[in-house]
Design a protein around this ligand. Structure first.
Ligand SMILES: *Cc1c(COP(=O)(O)O)cnc(C)c1O
Length: 393
């Protein structure tokens, strides 16, 4: 298959295919920890890099490779590095690119644990960080220091739905000799391709849209250049946070329907956003597909569609939010996103509870904020559930 020329949904089905000896239609699960060598000489060649034969699953495995190749093709990158979780991807990136005395600039409303581990843990090794609202490019420019090595953004951000200009960030980072890293989890490769906009490295929590069925945890890093790919891969192998072959197989299976799932969830989210925006108990709503979103134009330009994530607050504040979460019947009260089922959660006390109170407030993660991850059920049923929940809120 000429994967360069074919469309996105064709790539979802065929990119990464393996030619195995039995002609399997799907990628087989190579559930093995180690691989036997033909001879001592062949073993030595595998280790020296002269042969690309498999050695040991932490280093590489055909099932995991198929997934890595496929995501790299979908994101137009040099190569992919599959890891055990999205947070493993974050830590491989931090460990590979930052040393004592280095500084990182990042989005204040990033995924809570991406920020919490930097501020609570990496600081002990002398890594400095500045968290700012990255929707304002002038603020980013101001936050740069001579020792800034990494600009780490998430767009749309979690859970404020703020949108950051990826191409603008790439320009600033490169002018200062820094690298631009993008957490592309919210969009998946279907809605946004940061490497095409100038980013150097991106990553996904594949736990979310890419796998899409809320049944595995996983992550992947994609690098634009071979040099950076080798550096990141070496760090992953040393840290030992590889993906498992069975986990990779599950993701490959889920990934096939990414396009139709995201289309459907987006269609639902657009209807739900309009319902919420017009509901008397909704104080505010942030959804990239609504003209009321502060970065609506940028979102339209940078993302292929508005996606399935909505944030909103009630006129009855935190008490109302709690009542809504306790009264929904169809939507699950659970963290995560990008799955086939609709989820509702409260970031201030759940996903972002480890970020300091001031950090949360400055980032706009207010106590009344509800994060809503739309699934692929019938939109009317989700709206009915919200309507009855809001009556009690
Ligand atoms: C879930 C998530 C992560 C972390 O991924 P895990 O697979 O849970 O480790 C990182 N970034 C974003 C935006 C996420 O939603």
């Amino acid at each position: 298959m000429n994967t360069k020329k074919s469309g996105f949904n064709t790539k979802l089905i065929h990119a990464g295919e393996l030619d195995d000896q039995f002609g399997s239609a799907t990628v087989p699960i190579y559930q093995t920890s180690t691989f036997k060598f033909e001879s001592a000489e062949e073993g030595a060649r595998c280790f020296s890099g002269e042969s690309n034969g498999y050695i040991y699953t932490r280093i590489g495995n055909p099932t995991i490779d198929a997934l890595e190749r496929q995501i790299a093709i979908l994101e137009n990158g040099f190569g992919g590095i599959a890891v055990s979780s999205g947070m493993a991807a974050v830590n491989v990136i931090y460990q590979a690119l930052l040393a004592s005395g280095d500084h990182m600039v990042s989005t204040d409303a990033v995924y809570g644990p991406s920020r919490a581990i930097m501020e609570n843990h990496y600081v002990k090794y002398g890594v400095q960080s500045t968290y700012i609202n990255t929707t304002d490019l002038a603020e980013i420019e101001k936050a740069f220091k001579p020792n800034t090595k990494v600009l780490f953004i998430e767009t749309p951000a979690n859970p404020t739905m703020d949108i950051t200009d990826i191409a603008g960030c790439a320009e600033i980072a490169h002018k200062h000799g820094a690298l631009l890293i993008v957490d592309n989890t919210f969009c998946s490769p279907y809605l946004q391709n940061p490497l095409d906009l100038g980013a150097d490295i991106l990553f996904h929590s594949m736990t979310k849209s890419i796998n899409g069925h809320a049944d595995i945890v996983g992550g992947i890093i994609v690098s634009k250049t071979e040099e950076m790919y080798k550096k990141l891969r070496g760090m992953m192998i040393s840290l030992g946070c590889n993906m498992d072959p069975h986990q990779a197989y599950m993701v490959i299976r889920g990934l096939k329907t990414l396009g139709i799932r995201v289309d459907r969830a987006t269609e639902n989210a657009e209807k739900i956003a309009v319902f919420l925006e017009n509901h008397p108990k909704i104080a505010w709503i942030k959804y990239p597909g609504l003209k009321s979103h502060p970065q609506y134009e940028l979102g339209q330009r940078q993302m292929k569609a508005s996606g399935s994530m909505i944030s909103f607050g009630l006129t009855t504040g935190f008490e109302g939010a709690k009542k809504l979460m306790d009264n929904v019947q169809l939507c699950l009260l659970a963290v995560s996103l990008g799955g086939v089922e609709t989820l509702i959660q409260h970031p201030a006390s759940m996903t972002h509870s480890k970020v300091s109170k001031e950090g949360k407030l400055k980032a706009g993660i207010t106590d009344d904020l509800i994060r809503f991850a739309v699934g692929i059920e019938d939109a009317e049923d989700i709206i009915d559930d919200l309507r009855q929940g809001l009556e009690k809120a």
